[in-house]
Ligand binder design. Sequence first.
Ligand SMILES: *[C@@H]1O[C@H](CO)[C@@H](O)[C@H](O)[C@H]1NC(C)=O
Ligand SMILES: *[C@@H]1O[C@H](CO)[C@@H](O)[C@H](O)[C@H]1NC(C)=O
Length: 257
Amino acid sequence: MMAHLWLFFNLFIATFLSLEILGNAATCRDCFIHSRAAHYPNSDDNGTEIGRCGYGTFGATLNAGDVSAASDLYRDGVGCGACYQVRCTNSNYCSDKGVTAVITDHGSSDRTDFILSRRAFGRMAQNQDAAASLLALGIVDIEYRRVPCSYPNKNITIKIDENSNYPHYLAFVIWYQEGSKDITAVQLCETKNYICKLLDRSYGAVWTTTSPPIGPLSVRMLFSDENGEETWVVPVKDIPDNWKPGETYDSGVQVTD
Ligand SMILES: *[C@@H]1O[C@H](CO)[C@@H](O)[C@H](O)[C@H]1NC(C)=O
Ligand SMILES: *[C@@H]1O[C@H](CO)[C@@H](O)[C@H](O)[C@H]1NC(C)=O
């Protein structure tokens, strides 16, 4: 009996403590989290064209090359396109502001959360000399937090993947999502009767369907925030019925938060 009571008491304390910790986390959404960051080898100065988010060549120019691979933050592809402020903590080399990097790839090094492009890694430094020293260190202590992405003068854009095969197979990637929410589901609707189907995330930021509807198409996106609040965003511009692999189509909408 005593043993049971004791166990109960411990469980109670444990529950109370974890609630307390959750409470702190919830009130601290802008707090920085401590971790480590590495950088890509030389050849990937501006990020990578083969990143696991499926951005292709876009992945090497996105956010002017301030991009990163993430390990846990990749979240099975949901983390693709998320933006993080990452700053290193060595006061000899590092600026207060750090760099804002977009997740375009999946990967981890020695206990790192980020593998930054060399460009992004260097941009955490106070100046060019410091950047060289920082790059030479290879892996550094950092702190990071999620921040809104910003793509001035861009609407959310649908890029039809080159592997698509009109009209039998449609794959696309969503570019230029601003704000700090996740796209957790996508519906493809034909615009005559508004019959929609939920798409599969094939990997990273790539959404696919076999036998897509005929006619102009509307891509609806479910945005989720960190509290689980969900909103469907409906584009104002459609993908034309004669869509082509490799083309990009402006959705006519953008999100701000
Ligand atoms: C990296 O991006 C910058 C800015 O967009 C560009 O000036 C530079 O030529 C790029 N470097 C490579 C190796 O692609
Ligand atoms: C974004 O979409 C709106 C229509 O919703 C359009 O007027 C505007 O030109 C678009 N912006 C860009 C940069 O294409």
